[in-house]
Design a protein around this ligand. Structure first.
Ligand SMILES: Nc1nc2c(ncn2[C@@H]2O[C@H](COP(=O)(O)OP(=O)(O)OP(=O)(O)O)[C@@H](O)[C@H]2O)c(=O)[nH]1
Ligand SMILES: [Mg+2]
Ligand SMILES: [Zn+2]
Length: 330
């Protein structure tokens, strides 16, 4: 993709298309078919937009957005007009099919990407993976009606000290029916299977800082597309190398890289959303004695009964209870 200015003819054609599309616009929200660009990244007040106009398809331009539009994110389909300076102004945006959010440092939901087909939760042998962190992602993804996919990266670092710990995590999610890909972005092991699962889709990568999300992008596309950073020497944690979500066109799929997190705090979730995000629990909620059962202490709770009977994995149950408690104390 290259940056270049649009010709006069292209501008006129865009203007005609714009008038036609805006005539059908409902406020500032247009039909996605009428859009002429997709947001690929965000820099402060400016958005980088990829043109979808046939004459200039794939070209990137920096755009401001009209103040009356909602905050736009990577993956949003937009309608832009060219400005004299060769940049653009976004005058309308399409209704999103979905929007993935993550909590910011204060626990508030922060938009990461819009219009995604799939969310890939990446975890690794190092930095250490935690079930409750993965579970929180799963809750967020299930609430979007998307099917989560998990990726274990850095399998080259598996050894006798960590193998049981990692195998346990992998088997918990595999037993629940989630696809879990095991890969090594460093050597390319397992990447072909992952690549064919992502074929033709737009996928957003999420996960702790340092698990290798950007490294996976470089493996699924050309090397060095996305910046990769070492773990901190002292604590083997990620160093927040990726700072903004960015959409990449890779060999077989579009992937949005996103900034990793170090810990996941409470998001603006309802207890019901948490229950719906635990796929082995959600169907049991109708069987509780009380309709407004909080699934914590009440008598006749079908979820607790299942946990006590041993049909729910104890670590998942603990993670669920922890999440409910953290919502209460938020
Ligand atoms: N041993 C090993 N190291 C890997 C592998 N994949 C990535 N790494 C290393 O892990 C570190 C972090 O990789 P990144 O790709 O920057 O991680 P990230 O998830 O994008 O991190 P943030 O951008 O901070 O969220 C780098 O030092 C990579 O070289 C792997 O398969 N094996
Ligand atoms: Mg990164
Ligand atoms: Zn209950």
């Amino acid at each position: 993709m290259s940056k270049r200015q649009l010709t006069q003819q292209q501008r006129q054609r865009i203007a005609q298309q714009q008038q036609k599309a805006l005539a059908n616009a409902d406020g500032d929200i247009v039909n996605s078919d009428s859009c002429n660009g997709r947001v690929v990244s965000h820099f402060g007040q400016q958005l980088q937009v990829e043109s979808l106009v046939p004459e200039s398809a794939g070209e990137l331009l920096l755009c401001y957005q009209r103040a009356n539009l909602p905050a736009l994110v990577t993956g949003d389909l937009v309608f832009w007009e060219a400005t004299e300076s060769g940049q653009g102004i976004i005058v309308a945006a399409a209704q999103r099919s979905n929007a993935f959010t993550r909590p910011d440092v204060n626990g508030r939901a922060k938009l990461v990407a819009a219009n995604v087909d799939r969310v890939l939760v990446v975890f690794a042998v190092y930095p250490q993976a935690f079930l409750n962190l993965i579970d929180r992602y799963l809750v967020a993804i299930e609430s979007l009606d998307l099917s989560p996919t998990l990726v274990l990266n850095k399998i080259d670092l598996l050894d006798d000290d960590n193998r049981d710990y990692i195998d346990n995590i992998v088997s918990i999610y595999t037993d629940l029916g989630y696809p879990v890909f095991t890969v090594c972005a460093g050597s390319g092991t397992g990447i072909a299977a992952l690549e064919s699962a992502l074929n033709g889709q737009t996928t957003v990568l999420v996960g702790q800082s340092g698990v290798g999300k950007s490294s996976l992008i470089n493996c699924l596309g050309e090397a060095d597309l996305a910046a990769v950073g070492d773990l901190s020497a002292a604590r083997q944690k990620g160093t927040h190398t990726t700072t903004t979500a960015r959409l990449f066109h890779l060999r077989q799929c579009d992937v949005i890289d996103s900034p990793g997190i170090r810990e996941l705090r409470v998001q603006n979730l309802h207890a019901d959303q948490v229950t719906q995000g635990f796929i082995e629990l959600k169907h049991l909620a109708d069987e509780c004695r009380f309709r407004n059962c909080s699934h914590q202490q009440e008598p006749g709770c079908a979820l607790r009964a299942a946990a006590e009977a041993g049909t729910i994995n104890p670590q998942r149950w603990e993670s669920y209870q922890q999440m409910l408690t953290s919502l209460e104390s938020a």
